[in-house]
Design a protein around this ligand. Structure first.
Ligand code: IMP
Ligand code: MG
Length: 176
């Protein structure tokens, strides 16, 4: 057994649920009644599931699709590399896409996924992230919808992992 995990709860389950409902209302207020949600795995799976249901309740029809992304530091370049597994099944050409991720950190993931999606000629892409670590931004990107600003700490829970564990926690915690 390792050391017990020391953490603070940053966002509780009820607070997250209330904010997800508000985000759905804000997205519905753009006037889109149909969207293709493209969620980035694995971290956004719970957020995307809750947001899809909240959008349905807000009167927005949602098709759901996924890309699998992971970031790592390239051994040769020392720079952040993003690996994107394109497994989209929906044809997004001419449609409005809602791109959903758990955390916007350096911005590399979202910028590279946006380029990949733009090449498929959607009518429009809206971006929505649950957490925004503004201080950590390396490339310029401003999401259309943000759940919460996030302090510069490693967070996990509500879909996000710490060493492949803790994704199923109903709240978002930060390591001490
Ligand atoms: P970016 O490409 O640097 O913006 O990183 C975004 C990705 O890094 C997100 O999709 C998350 O999967 C992951 N990430 C960034 N910060 C954290 C964190 O504090 N906890 C868990 N995952 C994180
Ligand atoms: Mg991710």
């Amino acid at each position: 057994m390792g050391e017990p995990l020391e953490y603070d709860v940053l966002f509780g389950h009820e607070r997250i649920a209330a904010r997800v409902d508000e985000l759905a209302q804000d997205i519905a207020a753009t006037g889109h009644v149909q969207l293709i949600m493209v969620a980035l795995l694995k971290g956004s799976f719970l957020f995307a599931a809750d947001l899809a249901r909240a959008l349905h309740s807000a009167g927005v029809q949602v098709e759901v699709d996924f890309l699998h992304t992971s970031s790592y530091n390239g051994a040769e370049t020392g720079r952040a590399q993003v690996q994107i597994h394109d497994m989209l099944e929906c044809d997004i050409a001419g449609k409005t896409v809602l791109l959903v991720d758990d955390i916007l950190d350096s911005g590399h993931t979202l910028v590279q996924v946006l380029a990949l999606l733009q090449a498929k000629r959607p009518a429009r892409i809206l971006t929505c992230v649950l957490l925004n670590k503004l201080e950590r931004r390396v490339v310029e990107i401003t999401p259309d919808f943000v759940g919460f600003p996030c302090p510069n700490r490693y967070v996990f829970g509500y879909g996000m992992d710490y060493e492949h564990q803790h994704r199923a926690l109903p709240y978002i915690a930060a390591l001490k």
